[in-house]
Ligand binder design. Structure first.
Ligand code: ZN
Length: 303
């Protein structure tokens, strides 16, 4: 960030009798006050620069009071602005959220402070792991700020949380300005991943289920009612887990498949009804492998 090089609009000559303040007090929505250097403020934003150029009435004496500028932003946002214009970086805390970054970005847009907007992108990338604790809002932030590459990266972060939780947050954010196409894209991503995963789970399942027919092993042996019950319950469990953890990294963990629920075998051919080998062998299926590669950049690279 080279703030020195940013252009400062030429200010008109100050009338000899007008008072030129050295400091200005910014007041947040809640009344908290922040005294800032006028030069810092003018370098930071052309809107403030023009505001400060207006002649202020001279106060009595040398110890004139600083002009007070009431702002509509909350104190968290003003603190970030003040830190930035003083050349400090607001170090991230647990309270650092995509919500805050977006509030600051909106303020930077309003006050025409492009250097702060560029900085916010750098900040977002630098503290990605902290901001990704709220991945749905992170998608909203990246989209609003026009960082399309980061919006896609953030969309994939949402696959670390349960799909129903994403759906709830998306519907609440749509009321707060999330674009409809962003919301749909996000939900489509989850849907498409779910479809691919469900398809994958059927590949691990060595039971044939045909309409109007009893479920049977691939060898033709009809399953007993207890086996049908267990297989159905295991399948439901599997799909429920996929809803809860859309990344479904557990599918590639051998211990997951070692659970009792996946160890049922056929009475006739003695082969297991579940084959985790099919998950590992997914790369042999070019179409499925391609759809998963788009959705599963992390998992595929491990395989
Ligand atoms: Zn069999």
């Amino acid at each position: 960030m080279d703030k020195e090089s940013s252009s400062v609009s030429k200010r008109p000559e100050v009338e000899p009798k007008t008072y030129k303040p050295r400091h200005v007090v910014l007041v947040a929505e809640n009344g908290e006050r922040y005294k800032v250097d006028v030069e810092d403020l003018c370098r930071f934003s052309s809107v403030f620069s023009e505001m400060v150029d207006m002649p202020f009435a001279p106060d009595d004496g040398e110890d004139a009071k600083e002009p007070i500028v009431q702002l509509t932003e909350d104190s968290g946002t003003i603190q970030f602005l003040v830190a930035f214009l003083q050349g400090r970086v607001c170090s991230p805390t647990l309270a650092t959220t995509p919500f805050r970054v977006l509030e600051v970005w909106i303020a930077a847009d309003k006050y025409n402070a492009p250097t702060l907007q560029s900085f916010l992108r750098v900040y977002t990338v630098a503290y990605w792991d902290i901001l990704a604790n709220d991945p749905v809002y992170l998608v909203h932030l990246a989209d609003r700020a026009g960082w399309l590459d980061l919006a896609w990266k953030a969309a994939r972060e949402t696959l670390k949380i349960a799909t129903d939780s994403v759906e709830q947050q998306v519907s609440s954010l749509k009321r707060k300005g999330m674009e409809t196409h962003v919301a749909s894209r996000l939900l489509e991503l989850h849907e498409s991943r779910r479809d691919s995963l469900v398809e994958l789970t059927f590949k691990t399942f060595k039971v044939v289920i045909l309409p109007d027919d009893l479920p049977s092993c691939v060898c033709g042996e009809v399953l007993s009612s207890a086996q049908i019950f267990n297989a159905t319950a295991s399948l439901a469990y599997l799909h429920h887990r996929i809803e809860l953890r859309p990344l479904a990294d557990f599918l590639w963990e051998p211990s997951f498949w070692a659970q009792d629920r996946f160890t049922g075998t056929c009475d006739n051919c003695h082969s297991g009804f579940w084959s985790s080998d099919a998950v590992v062998a997914v790369s042999d299926d070019s179409q499925l492998s391609e759809s998963l590669a788009t959705l599963f950049p992390f998992t595929i690279s491990v395989m």
